[in-house]
Ligand binder design. Structure first.
Ligand SMILES: [Zn+2]
Length: 485
């Protein structure tokens, strides 16, 4: 839902009723759903509106699917969507790829960061929404997602086994390329495979329910069955935002009575998702050292994948794109608009805006960079200011794939921030070679070695705390080398 009226976002139920009224009206059906919503349950009116549209309007199901497309596309910004814009499946697919066009409100961004940083703890997302915002938020935070769309019966397939991606399952269809399910007839159709998949999931995972009204649909049916199956041991955390008479929680509690009586369902009332998700994200990110990455490069997509790989290779650091606001502030600073960047001034002003919880900020740019003493640098770093800057230029100069190059330097600077070792002039096939001669990087990148001297220093300087950090850096390097050879 949009944050405030008129801001971009997928319309909420009441705004959907308005769209439904207009569509029904255009085919001569008078519905007044929006007006009736003051006295009746909006969710029921929503189902009724779609049922009418599908049954009575010519090509009703296509109209319903198109209405959903138009609704989802209202989450676009820059340029915003207009009703006259093309929206064939092909077109929707290309819009989906332009990740930056979608407006994501802070709670959705926080959810994306949560999923991207902890694919092992949140391997599966079941959604009754049609929009792609959860996936987009996860990808924007450097995570990987894969998608299953169900608009009929089907198994959910595998998830979580590799711990490398978030599996997002659209239980009621997707905003394009599939039918969307709205009416009671569609929502309650018999889907035995899906039902048994869901029950199986409830056996292995804790279900955290957020923002789902508990409709009379397949999800509720599966939950009820799992609840009544005394052999199963579901663990359900049910968050609801209201406590009023109209609150569905009471109805849900009745349906899940069996599990609830066994203390296998916990209800949490008065939960505002837009507050709770960011809080949860902050709490969980404290478990890891946070590394903010400010991407001022045209290779945003590739760099997002790099962050995903770094997160998956270890669990000590959390590599996250910096907030849009911080990125914007840095990007718009005049010093960052020069053709050749002076790293010292860029590092200083990046540090000014840093949050004290942030272990290191990495800025990635495409321009050449220079310090007061050197020109054509591959990167620069200030341990005191907790900021590193890397340019993508170097990768093409020495013919190394951008992903490997950037990953190498991020690890190099994270290691630099973790332990106190200075670079040495001499080339020893070591991470801490000064690499005045750029092709030396290629050697170091393949071996990911530290020289004997640096290894010795490392052992001397290690505290239990830095040991785990160094361990994580070694894991990162190990992964990179494995992929490389
Ligand atoms: Zn060394």
């Amino acid at each position: 839902m949009p944050e405030t009226e008129g801001s971009p976002g997928v319309p909420g139920v009441r705004a959907m009723l308005e769209l439904l009224d207009a569509d029904l009206d255009s085919v001569g059906i008078s519905s007044q759903l929006r007006t009736r919503a003051t006295n009746e349950v909006p969710g029921n009116l929503y189902q009724e509106g779609f049922r009418e549209l599908i049954r009575r309007a010519p090509n009703g199901i296509d109209r319903a699917n198109d209405l959903i497309k138009r609704a989802v596309l209202q989450a676009l910004v820059d340029p915003p969507f207009r009703a006259s814009d093309e929206r064939t499946d092909l077109h929707c697919r290309s819009i989906l790829r332009s990740n930056k066009r979608w407006y994501l409100r802070p709670s959705v961004l926080a959810l994306g960061r949560l999923l991207a940083s902890h694919p092992d703890r949140f391997p599966l997302v079941l959604t009754t929404n049609f929009d792609p915002l959860i996936e987009i938020a996860t990808q924007r935070a450097g995570g990987t997602t894969h998608r299953t769309v169900l608009h009929a019966d089907g198994y959910l397939g595998s998830h979580g086994a590799a711990h490398s991606a978030t599996h997002v399952v659209y239980l009621h269809g997707y905003w394009f390329g599939s039918d969307t399910m709205h009416s009671a007839v569609q929502l309650t159709q018999n889907r035995p495979q899906l039902q048994s998949s869901l029950i199986e999931i409830l056996r292995s995972y804790t279900l955290l329910q957020l923002g789902y009204g508990g409709w009379d649909d397949i999800v509720m049916g599966a939950l009820q069955r799992a609840s009544e199956d005394l052999g199963s041991t579901p663990d359900i955390l049910w968050a609801s935002n209201q406590l009023s008479e109209k609150d569905p929680a009471r109805k849900i509690a009745e349906r899940l009575y069996a599990a609830s009586a066994r203390q296998r369902v916990q209800f949490y009332a008065g939960i505002d998702l837009h507050e709770v998700i960011p809080q949860l994200e902050r709490a969980m990110s404290k478990e890891r050292k946070r590394i903010d990455v400010i991407v001022l490069s045209q290779h945003e997509r590739v760099l997002g994948q790099v962050l995903g790989k770094l997160n998956l290779a270890q669990n000590h650091f959390s590599f996250l794109p910096a907030t849009t606001l911080r990125t914007k502030r840095v990007a718009e600073h005049p010093d960052f608009k020069h053709k050749i960047l002076n790293t010292r001034s860029c590092i200083t002003l990046t540090a000014q805006d840093s949050d004290p919880d942030c272990f290191l900020t990495v800025v990635i740019v495409d321009q050449p960079i220079e310090s007061d003493h050197y020109s054509n640098l591959f990167g620069d770093f200030s341990k005191n200011r907790h900021v590193a800057i890397i340019t993508t230029q170097g990768a093409s100069q020495i013919g190394i794939p951008l992903t490997d190059y950037v990953r190498y330097f991020i690890i190099r600077y994270v290691l630099g921030q973790t332990i106190l070792i200075n670079t040495h002039e001499e080339t020893r096939d070591c991470m801490f070679d000064k690499k005045n001669h750029k092709p030396d990087i290629r050697l170091s990148l393949r071996s990911a070695r530290l020289c004997d001297d640096c290894n010795l220093k490392l052992r001397k300087l290690s505290s239990p705390n830095s040991e785990t950090a160094v361990g994580a850096c070694r894991q990162l390097l190990g992964h990179m080398v494995l992929e490389h050879n």
